[in-house]
Design a protein around this ligand. Sequence first.
Ligand code: 13P
Length: 305
Amino acid sequence: MDKKLVEKIKQLKRQRQAVILAHNYQPPDVQDVADFCGDSLGLSKNAAQTDAEVIVFCGVKFMAETAAILSPQKIVLLPDKFAGCPLANMINAEQLLALKQQYPDAIVVCYVNSSAEVKAHSDYCCTSSNAVDVVNSLPKDKQVIFVPDQHLGQFVKEKTGRNLVLWPGYCVTHMMITEEDIKNAKAKYPDAVVMAHPECSEPVKKLADYVLSTGQMLKCAAIGGANRFIIATETGIIHALKKQNPASEFIAASDRAVCPNMKKITLEKLLWSLENMQFRVVVPEQTRVKARLAIDKMMQILPVG
Ligand code: 13P
């Protein structure tokens, strides 16, 4: 790690009264310099609670947008303006409105991996930590539309027994992990516990011992009982898992599961972000107010585990 660069970032961070938030998929050196590292739900909470004037979000655009929705009085910066999320881009507001017309009485739950406009047209937001709880909290006689991730949606469908209307979105990076990868890893490490993210395909999840968000994976590894894990999600989480559990072994189910957007953030771009106060993420007020309602409703439903 470049110590001088880290020192400069820390100094400028204090000067700007900034807080650095980093998602668990960020490069290791970015995770290490952050004030808070976490999953989407944890980072949303951090963004809502911080007293800092400036939030530098080391993640992808929808995450910075979520912070801007929750903290409109703060300056929210994304160190690389091209760090997007292909999954979030798989549905836009027009497509959601057309779907709502087909099911006019349905409740819309959108995964946090979605644009601010899509959130503004949704009733509830959710993350992979609390999607099951959010859907379970809804009246049983109501039709529910779930967008945009079909694989998280399928997982929620199975866990809740509800007949959800799903959108055919998917995470390109999680699709890189195949059933074959898990079978091979299990054959090589028969004693290992398999943890898979709900965005993985159904055959991958079927082979997993646990289906968990990145935050839940960190909790699960810390509980003890096992010391070797096969991890089926973006490989960035392995750094956090190793750091928090030095005595355990973590094996990536696939080395191809690297999100090119998450990896667009580097220490240099983080420094430039603080130096030049770039790239500011602002959500138009009308959209923000409506999107906030969906996020607030999610925040009221506590995740289990
Ligand atoms: P988590 O909420 O589990 O961190 O997932 C975030 C994400 O974007 C997965 O692709």
